[in-house]
Ligand binder design. Sequence first.
Ligand SMILES: Nc1ncnc2c1ncn2[C@@H]1O[C@H](COP(=O)(O)OP(=O)(O)OP(=O)(O)O)[C@@H](O)[C@H]1O
Length: 586
Amino acid sequence: MSNTFQVDLRGIVDLLSHHLYASPRVYVRELLQNAVDAITAVQHDEQATAGHVSIESSDTTGDGSLRIADNGIGLTEEQVHELLATIGRSSKRDELGFARHEFLGQFGIGLLSCFLVADEIRVHTRRAGSPAVLWTGYADGRYDVKPGPEREPGTSVTLVPRRGAEMFLVGATVNQLATLYGSLLPVEVTVDGAKVTAGEVPWAAGRRASIAYAEQTLGFTPFDVIELNVPEAGLTGAAYVLPTPVNPATRGGHRVYLKRMLLAEAVEGLLPEWAFFARCVVDSTELRPTASREALYDDSLLEATREAIADQLRGWLVRLSSSDPRRLAEFLRIHHLGVKALALHDDEMLRLVEQWWPMETNTGQTTLAEFRARHGLLRYAATTDEFRQLAAVAAAQDIGLINGGYTYDAEIIERLPQLDREIKVERLEPTDLATRFEALDAATELRLRPFLSAAQRRLDRLGCEVVVRTFEPANLSALYLVSRAAHFHEEFTATREKADDLWGGVLDALADTEAPERPQLVLNHRNPLVRRVTALGDPDLTALAVEALYGQALLLGYHPIRPADAALLNTSFLGLLGRAVPGEDR
Ligand SMILES: Nc1ncnc2c1ncn2[C@@H]1O[C@H](COP(=O)(O)OP(=O)(O)OP(=O)(O)O)[C@@H](O)[C@H]1O
């Protein structure tokens, strides 16, 4: 024996309201959609008069109910039984069950959303050539059908509000919702007699109208407007470039219309992540909604559309670079983070950054292209700290240096040879500069030996090696240089000290057997103060001065100050102050 499933309507309505639809407000959208589809259907059938949808809110009906009337195709009694009373049945699918292209609806559940705000739905309908029918559906799952009063072909749906949902049916709310969802519909819609449809899509009405639309609906005056056109998705629209920076991690949503009915105001997935600098408003005839009609169905067409829009945005940037570089520079000032993120995997964007984005160098702000033209290669410091340490010394020795420490910059520089094998890139490390330091002559070296060993004794416990060299600029007294290996070793030792026995054992097994070079304090013998310090006769004062130079070099290079360093800075400062202030202790 075969039986038929029973459906508990209350359960279904509960499911829809809590899990499918974001808010009961969507009932206006579903009703509008049915009315527009009915008009579309009649326009396909015969030579029809202009379609019209009129909504009367509870302000006009006066009895708390809402009525929406269309002059669409209407239903016969047989269709009423089949379509209105069967959940999931829709006239908008073809024999194979695919959504028919010309309609907005497809799932056969839209009318149910009215039960989110109504206890009772009355549908008064007539198909041309058939008698009028009155169908009444109740929230508890019952419905009845009887002959209705005479009327023109078409349908009117009346909602009797549920207790507590009356506010969804009042004029102001209904007007706001009909405008939100339906203002671009190709069929005229009125609410309590006032027209809410605009006719033309705003991005087709010229640049000025398009900008005014962005100001009104998106709340900003765009930096620029890019026209969008993706024929395979039947998509037209505009991408509005944001006039202020946004966090690349926050995903911007886009305003999407499907067949001129608003899908949602913050749809994700329409643009690739890198294009966070644009907000789009688009209308598509081919993209599909999810059943909630609040998001786009993620299929291969959406993917192809995303790529096509990405191409159009990329094309805009490239065009700007050739036709209006100053405007491009302005754009980059606002959105450089996004463009740089994109440059990490997109050659065109990489070229754009190389040509147009000014980076910090030790000879001022210049683009990578200019830098390369001047210095022959791209020499960079990988962190801002390293750059600060090296910039002045490198400049004094006529070595150009780029600060690769800002977000993405080092990766961008490293990726450039992939674009053009002619481009040479070199990472400069603090210790690389040591080779440019000149050794002292033998006599001076000999003379400084006692000073050096005293200084070394003083700094041994801090794990630092003291050397004296001559280098430019002369006004720089001392540099603290840490190689990458030494830097790693410092971190490693700190971890080993904190680790428990088991983990410590593992770390020991990993440790390099050879001790790495120690950090160096390089004193500059070209600096007059350093010369005087090396010539001091007083051992206590020498020690204080060496410690002060060490501390100053740490600070200059933005090195981390360990507790031992802080203690040393403190004693040397107070010691020197003690020496400098005249008078006897009392
Ligand atoms: N105003 C109307 N005029 C004519 N037929 C209508 C009207 N409203 C509903 N119908 C009929 O009732 C059927 C069911 O409507 P319902 O809104 O539940 O689903 P749908 O519009 O087919 O799909 P979706 O769930 O995607 O909205 C429709 O397919 C349509 O045939």
